[in-house]
Design a protein around this ligand. Structure first.
Ligand code: SF4
Length: 395
């Protein structure tokens, strides 16, 4: 059994106060960064708090939590069906009143209650990536808002990136894509009053072995939704296979308006370390990714760059992101990778074993790279007149 972080209770509290002061963050915000890098754990079998845990599809959970009104995600390390999980976290999450509200929580560190949060709640538990969901919720009722839909019709991936949060689920055979698309569409038609309510469909999915197959798949998904009456919808894609302008233009002509580039790390060394040897093509250079972002910005109104932290030295990240800020209009959505497996913990750069590393990079990206720029998400929310009470789960 290995702990994800080694700091004692007294030591981590000292670090949190010191970093909060040095970087002008509230201590509870630094605590959230620590809970994300350390993962969290249910110390007791979570039957009451996790009604879905009887689902054998679920091996690892992503928890969507809200602390002091701020929503964040973290990984949960209890492996249902096999409590002999190999990683353990000092952070424990328990229901504050076993007979009451299942979402109201107590957080502890090595068994010591954490008093940092005025309120902390569990909003959602996600296991195997869902085939579809509505990410925006009404903050008052908690009901999903149907204008923004995420679909995930391909439950496999030609790549096997070592950090991938879907890795534990790739072993099961993927169902037929056409059948999956039709099943997803009929399920969505059963929950929305009218397909016109859906204004944006983000296609998040694993990658196909080559750009031709990836394009065929994306066209199939978009065509199927259009045929089923979702004619008011525009589309977004996450893809690790499509880089060229002519394919971007084909996607735009199909109705794609939002393109997301995932930047796992900025240096070639780190990028090749993150990908399985059988997929060397996945390890594109940082320069190639900068080109992709620039071309995508020419073609699509919204381009988002997603960066994972922890795989290389902070100075290297800062140098390269400084270049990205100069050469593109992109802002960076940064997050701490969710770690479930010991091998994923071992991928982190040796310098990323301390909390200061992550707080320093959060600070740099928020106050140096993104400062003065509207994020694609903000622009997108303006364009779609997303109501202020809508809440989106973010990493
Ligand atoms: S391309 Fe994406 S889905 Fe596929 S293995 Fe890598 S991170 Fe996972």
């Amino acid at each position: 059994m290995r702990r994800t972080v080694s700091d004692s209770y007294a030591e981590i509290n000292r670090q949190i106060l010191e970093l909060a002061d040095a970087y002008r963050y509230e201590p509870w915000r630094v605590r959230i960064i620590d809970m994300q890098r350390a993962s969290v754990q249910f110390p007791n079998p979570p039957v009451a708090i996790v009604p879905k845990c009887s689902n054998t599809d679920i091996n690892y959970f992503t928890l969507v939590m809200q602390a002091n009104g701020f929503t964040f995600t973290t990984s949960e390390l209890t492996s249902i069906g096999s409590l002999s999980h190999k990683l353990t976290s000092p952070y424990g999450i328990e229901q504050s009143d076993p007979d009451g509200d299942t979402s109201s929580l107590i957080v502890s560190y090595d068994g010591n209650p954490i008093p940092d949060f005025g309120s902390i709640q569990l909003r959602e538990i996600m296991g195997k990536p869902s085939a579809y969901y509505f990410p925006y919720k009404d903050t008052r009722s908690g009901q999903p808002l149907s204008f923004y839909l995420i679909v995930n019709p391909y439950e496999n991936c030609a790549f096997r990136c070592k950090y991938c949060s879907r890795l534990p689920y790739f072993k099961t055979p993927a169902p037929s894509i056409q059948e999956n698309i039709q099943l997803i569409i009929s399920n969505i038609l059963a929950v929305v009053q009218d397909p016109d309510e859906v204004k944006f469909i983000n296609i998040i999915t694993g990658s196909f072995p080559n750009p031709e197959q990836e394009m065929t798949f994306l066209k199939e998904v978009i065509t199927a939704f259009n045929k089923a009456g979702f004619v008011e919808s525009e589309f977004g894609v996450y893809t690790s296979q499509i880089y060229s302008r002519h394919l971007f233009e084909q996607l735009r002509d199909l109705g794609v308006i939002f393109f997301t580039v995932t930047l796992e790390a900025t240096s070639s060394d780190a990028r090749s370390r993150l990908h399985a040897r059988r997929n060397p093509k996945r390890a594109r250079s940082f320069e190639q990714t900068l080109d992709t972002i620039s071309v995508a910005e020419d073609v699509f109104p919204f381009v988002s760059t997603t960066m994972m932290l922890g795989y290389e030295q902070a100075d290297e990240v800062k140098r390269n992101l400084g270049r990205l800020a100069k050469e593109t209009r992109s802002t960076v959505n940064h997050y701490i990778p969710r770690v479930w497996l010991p091998g994923q913990l071992d991928l982190l750069h040796p310098s990323a074993t301390n909390l200061k590393y992550f707080v320093d990079l959060f600070n740099f990206i928020e106050r140096n790279v993104n400062v003065g720029r509207m994020t694609s998400n903000q622009l997108f929310e303006e364009r779609f007149l997303i109501p202020r009470f809508a809440m989106r789960y973010r990493s």
